[in-house]
Design a binder for this molecule. Structure first.
Ligand code: FE
Length: 374
């Protein structure tokens, strides 16, 4: 499934840039310098007219400052929600708190009714809540669709742990939308750490007039980053050409990730050693009598006590030959030829390439193995 970017747009130019950059959804507001206020209806109507396919969520926030609204303000916001829906909004973004830092459930009920079943996002007022887990339950009870949050931290990069916990406790009853300080560089990592599949960013820079405007290039860079198939990070070993320290991403396939790395670096001969943790692994055993492979899958948490392998080439592509020893929760070990395994925790490898060395493979009828061919 593809990850989704919602772009926070403080004006119509930003909506244009968001669409140009490929964003499927925007949150429309104005006055981003005040953390966003209810947009002008003219901008909303125009955005709707220009981009009929775009999902437009509209922030309803009548003034800067706190999120504690008087009954009169709530009544006005309720009218604003109806107006926004009349102008073509697909969803509403709101948040009301009590002075003690709880969700203002009665005020929210009034606004939820005005939203008339359309998807509602509870915005970053959540980050000021006294007790995030009871707030989470209140917001779920109100019927909101998602919560926009930085995990109660100054930036979402610092709040990933709380978001992950919220998502876990929500158990699919509501979506979590991480936002605040998202860049093309950190977007993917934030989704990984929070286990979310949507992210919120303004992707903006200050224009000549000091007004924040979304950049189409930044939008498309974030979209590319969150949907990239890169499954690892690495660093070259200093002063040792062809040697790399490689960290595979959590939950990826070891074989897929190492193969992708070899393709990126053009490694067609080399060696691999490493360790890590997996929760799914398929081992292969070759029966020398029948020359048949017997595969067995283990679905349990295991430490990779050793992963050893070599890289050669077959049909011009990297060919991995990996053996693994894995320790089980009772401290016993199992091992074998590794067909593939899914990381659950981490996987840290050292890869050495032998550039310019040809190591091919040829099938050997006697052993049933693809043997080295030089
Ligand atoms: Fe083998």
């Amino acid at each position: 499934m593809k990850n989704l970017l919602e772009v926070c747009c403080g004006n119509l130019d930003s909506v244009r840039a968001a669409v140009e950059g490929g964003a499927p959804r925007v949150e429309l507001c104005r006055a981003l310098e005040l953390d966003g206020l209810t947009p002008d209806w003219e901008d909303l109507r125009e955005a709707r007219r220009l981009f009929p396919q775009l999902t437009i969520h509209v922030l309803i926030r009548p003034r800067a400052g706190d999120f504690c609204y008087t009954p009169r303000e709530v009544e006005a916001m309720s009218g604003d929600i109806e107006a926004a829906l009349d102008c073509g909004a697909d969803g509403i973004v709101i948040g009301c708190l009590t002075p003690s830092g709880d969700v203002d459930v009665p005020a929210m009920r009034v606004l939820m009714e005005a939203a008339d079943g359309r998807p509602v996002t509870f915005h970053r007022a959540f980050d000021l809540c006294r007790e995030p887990f009871s707030a989470l339950e209140d917001i779920i009870g109100l019927g909101c669709r998602r919560i926009l949050t930085s995990g109660q931290a100054p930036t979402v990069a610092e709040g990933t742990e709380l978001i992950r916990e919220l998502r876990h406790r929500a158990g699919g009853r509501i979506g979590l939308l991480p936002g605040c300080g998202v860049t093309p560089e950190n977007a993917r990592r934030i989704l990984q750490l929070t286990a979310c599949d949507e992210i919120h960013a303004s992707a903006s820079a200050a224009g000549p007039d000091g007004r924040k405007v979304t950049s189409a290039r930044s939008v498309s860079a974030i979209i590319q980053a969150i949907n990239s198939t890169v499954m690892y990070t690495f660093t070259p070993v200093k002063d040792q050409a062809g040697k790399f320290v490689l960290s595979l991403d959590n939950r990826v396939s070891i074989v897929e990730a190492i193969t992708a790395f070899c393709l990126e670096k053009g490694i067609l001969a080399g060696e691999i050693t490493g360790l890590g943790a997996v929760n799914l692994a398929t081992f292969r055993f070759l029966d020398p009598v029948t020359l048949k492979y017997v595969d067995k899958t283990f679905e349990e948490q295991m430490e990779i006590t050793n992963l050893t392998g070599n890289i050669s080439q077959k049909d011009g592509k990297p060919y991995l030959h990996l053996h693994i020893t894995a320790s089980r929760s009772d401290y016993s070990c199992i091992g074998g030829h590794l067909l593939d395994a899914r990381i659950n925790g981490a996987c840290e490898l050292f890869v050495t390439s032998f550039p310019g060395t040809f190591v091919g493979r040829r099938p050997d009828p006697e052993t049933g193995v693809n043997l080295y061919s030089f």
